[in-house]
Ligand binder design. Sequence first.
Ligand SMILES: [Zn+2]
Length: 230
Amino acid sequence: MLKFTPILLAILYALAMYRFSVWRTTRELDTQSTELADPVLKRMTDQLASALDLPRVRVHIYEIDPVNGLAAPDGRIFITRGFYRKFKTGEVSAEEMASVIAHELGHVALGHSRRRMIDFSGQNALRTALAMLLSRFLPGIGVWIANGLTTLLAARLSRGDEYEADAYAAALLTKAGIGTAPQKSLFKKLEALTSGAGGAMPAWLLSHPKTDERIAAIETLETRWQQSLS
Ligand SMILES: [Zn+2]
């Protein structure tokens, strides 16, 4: 019994952490966000809205620095303050911001947003539990392995969703007259923007969707659409 106590504790801890982080994330999104009011981006979201036959597409700014976009289970779309800053400095264009919003709309429309929320908040709990467990057997490197395994698992779970949301965004951007070029150029920029953050991880553990493969998937779609038109 004593042998399994740490495992049980880790599972209980993870469960508690998970419930707490879902609550905290929802609360934080409510309190740490404001509706995006940018005239240039409003033109972009209006183009997306009319392609979708919606009166408007609402976007919120989430007050954190890491460059990211997310879709809440209630269907709200968030762009982080850090991402919006990249737009204000001119590093990311309005069309590229539109491609992120279209991607997040894809997650909402395809029902991924709930699962994404679980990934978002559950990842931390799993990481902590694994680190606790592995550190008992592998002091020092246990935390590293836990980090790597969690990232790998999360990447595997979300990879399919990412390709689906990309395909949705490509179709929407095409219909809205924005096109897929900003989608592809942003992938390349994001790779450069986020390469610093994961730098400490061993290369073989890194498994986020590959930029080249995401671009290739969009190009395959475009070829198929062109063929169906001709
Ligand atoms: Zn996504």
